[in-house]
Design a protein around this ligand. Structure first.
Ligand code: SF4
Length: 647
């Protein structure tokens, strides 16, 4: 039998209702869907309880690693979590991505993934150790915060156990409970609450095995090349954490197999307390902390630790607090309605009281536990209108949006999932270009010539980075989406991949073929960028099929929120806007244009959609899937269930 390289060959299927454990053959899925996000899609298609809600016990919750996890591939630690999300509005299939060590440990324990179905009668954990799997009673853990849960499990199972757990936010089925793991990793989309709905408090794993790789020498070379390309010490968007006043970095907190690390660092707050901080966790409470105290204090630092412990997503909490604050200021909700001392918003005490209220689901807590968009519907009237001007139609926050980057318009319109990873693909090289142009980074080599080279190599042509036109943007968006789906299927980290630019050469354009080279070296497959794009086309079509089957209305729902079409001068507070407030971008020839105050052009947006459907082989009029496309991608199983949405 041919040696299996990259994958370990088995995906666990665990039915908690009947305490049944079996395994599926990974390669029956990998040959068409690669791993991670791709296999997650196929497992969902095969096992979803269509029409049932996210907390229905029949719904699968899928945890997938990919072929690069637990290998020497640089920055490949992610766990792709797929299922129906209670958080997205309306509920639908999405995915979350989790860093840390769990994915690598799971493979070392002999499994490429886990699919959990059903609901246990009482609280349980799943323990996996070197091929053995047990469902264990866990009544003693129910009600504990994530930090205590990890402490208890580590005391019981040893310091080297890797854990996915939920806190009270997940146990009590708030819509935005997180799954918490090592190095303070947190998976959003309410998947912690889906675990809670299954009475699954934690999954623990210990593995002492290893993953076979086809060409260790080649991987070593690629790893060396990766370090040369990325390691010149110039500005790296994700390399240097934005530190709050009074806080300091103690050390980096790398995920498994990550050579360079990122914002994920152990930080110390003003009181000496230490915890791991990443991007948003550092910033999310600062607005209210500063408003109350006149400066950023320990409250901002402690808020992230509290949110992780209670097991609630900081992104969703920010949205909720922004909405609550505006409703209170407009007199739409009083302190009595809310049941919290709103004048104290910004203090640690207020924040903890808010978390307790949400997790208990008592009083107004039952409204807040539904998240901003559903809470606004519950309150109704003007409180609902406030939301319309803040978030996307599925309730997602806005950053790196299409008013600045035309490239982002399709990314916002086509998917209900949080598209921040795809948006990073757009904003990262352009933020570096902005810092080169505005001379705020003297070391930057990201000149207009380099950015054009990147456009040509990665995004389908130089026109993709001419921001005076919509030309070339549909192709660029589809390629960005392809690359993102592949990254999440291989389980590469968004902060480290792709390698757009190369610090070690004069030309400075990175290598769009790196991912294919890595996969070939690990698995022994012979695959290049075009081959990976073929996988992406199939996975993205399956994603579309799932969304259509769950009720998406094709082109009718491929829309942007109205505020993207309105011109107004506004400060864009994301990392790009922070460094480049006039929102300067490359135009045609030597021109530089400003996108400040600009909006998306409606006609051009519709044209982008036409072009995109054409590139994907989807029906232009309806945005439905064409049968011939499904057949050519090997997805004939989608045709019959889609009914008239496959044409
Ligand atoms: S870049 Fe950061 S988030 Fe990504 S793998 Fe490395 S440490 Fe983890």
């Amino acid at each position: 039998m041919q040696k299996l390289c990259g994958w370990v060959g088995k995906i666990l299927k665990i039915d908690l209702s009947h305490h049944q454990i079996e395994s599926l053959d990974t390669m029956a899925y990998a040959e068409k869907f690669l791993g991670g996000l791709g296999i997650g899609h196929k497992l969902y298609w095969d096992h979803a309880a269509w029409g049932a809600d996210a907390f229905d016990e029949r719904q699968p919750l899928i945890f997938m690693t990919g072929p690069l996890a637990a290998t020497p591939a640089p920055s490949a630690p992610r766990l792709s979590i797929c299922g129906k999300s209670p958080c997205i509005y309306p509920e639908t299939f999405v995915s979350a991505s989790l860093g840390g060590f769990f994915a690598a440990e799971l493979k070392k324990a002999g499994f490429d993934g886990i699919m959990v179905l059903g609901r246990s009668d009482g609280a349980v954990t799943i323990h996996i150790e070197d091929g053995n799997v047990e469902i264990r009673e866990a009544a003693q853990l129910w009600g504990l915060g994530n930090l205590k849960t990890h402490e208890v499990l580590k005391n019981e199972l040893g310091k080297n156990v890797r854990i996915l757990s939920i806190g009270p936010g997940g146990e009590n089925r708030t819509r935005y409970g997180i799954i918490f793991t090592d190095v303070a990793g947190a998976a959003s989309m309410g998947f912690g609450s889906v675990m809670g709905s299954k009475n699954l408090k934690a999954i623990t794993v210990k593995g002492s095995g290893s993953v076979a790789i086809a060409d260790p020498v080649r991987i070593k070379e690629i790893r060396k090349r990766f370090s040369e390309m990325t390691g010149a010490g110039y500005y790296n968007l994700f390399g240097n954490p934005i530190l709050l006043p009074g806080m300091q970095v103690i050390k980096k907190a790398h995920c498994h197999g990550c050579p360079q690390g990122c914002w994920r660092t152990v930080q110390q707050g003003p009181s000496g307390a230490q915890d791991i901080r990443k991007c948003q966790t550092n910033l999310f409470y600062t607005l209210w902390d500063r408003k109350l105290h006149g400066a950023i204090t320990e409250a901002s630092f402690s808020a992230a630790t509290l949110a992780n412990d209670y097991g609630l997503c900081v992104m969703d909490l920010v949205q909720l607090m922004l909405w609550l604050d505006r409703c209170f200021a407009a007199g739409l909700l009083s302190e009595k309605d809310i049941g919290l001392p709103m004048a104290q918003m910004g203090s640690p005490e207020f924040f903890e009281a808010l978390l307790r209220t949400i997790c208990s689901r008592k009083g107004f807590g039952s409204v807040l536990a539904e998240g901003a968009i559903r809470a606004s519907e519950n309150v109704g009237g003007e409180a609902r209108e406030i939301i319309r001007n803040m978030f996307t139609q599925t309730g997602r926050a806005v950053a790196y949006g299409p008013k600045v980057f035309v490239l982002s318009a399709l990314i916002y319109a086509l998917e209900p999932r949080p598209f921040i990873t795809e948006l990073h693909e757009v904003c990262e090289p352009l933020t570096k270009w902005g810092r080169w142009y505005t001379k705020t980074d003297e070391k930057s080599y990201m000149s207009t010539d380099v950015i054009r080279g990147i456009g040509a190599a990665f995004w389908g042509g130089e026109k993709s980075v001419d921001f005076s036109t919509y030309e070339g943007k549909a192709r660029a968006s589809s390629l960005i989406q392809n690359r993102q789906y592949i990254k999440e299927s291989l389980v590469l980290c968004d902060f480290a991949w792709p390698v757009y630019d190369d610090a070690s050469t004069k030309q400075h354009v990175g290598d769009p073929g790196m991912e294919g080279k890595l996969l070939s070296a690990v698995t022994g497959w012979d695959i290049d960028e075009a081959g990976l794009n073929g996988f992406a086309e199939r996975i993205i079509a399956l994603n579309r099929a799932i969304l259509l089957r769950e009720g998406r209305r094709g082109r009718q729902d491929d829309i942007l929120p109205e505020f993207f079409f309105i011109e107004r001068d506004e400060f864009i507070a994301d990392v790009f806007g922070m460094h480049n407030p006039q929102l300067l971008l490359p135009g045609a020839g030597d021109d530089v244009i400003s996108r400040r105050g600009k909006a998306v052009d409606r006609e051009q947006f519709e044209k982008l959609l036409d072009d995109y459907y054409g590139l994907r082989g989807w029906d232009g009029k309806t945005g439905y899937l064409k049968k011939e496309t499904l057949v050519s991608l090997g997805l004939t199983e989608c045709i019959e269930p889609l009914g008239d949405k496959a044409i």
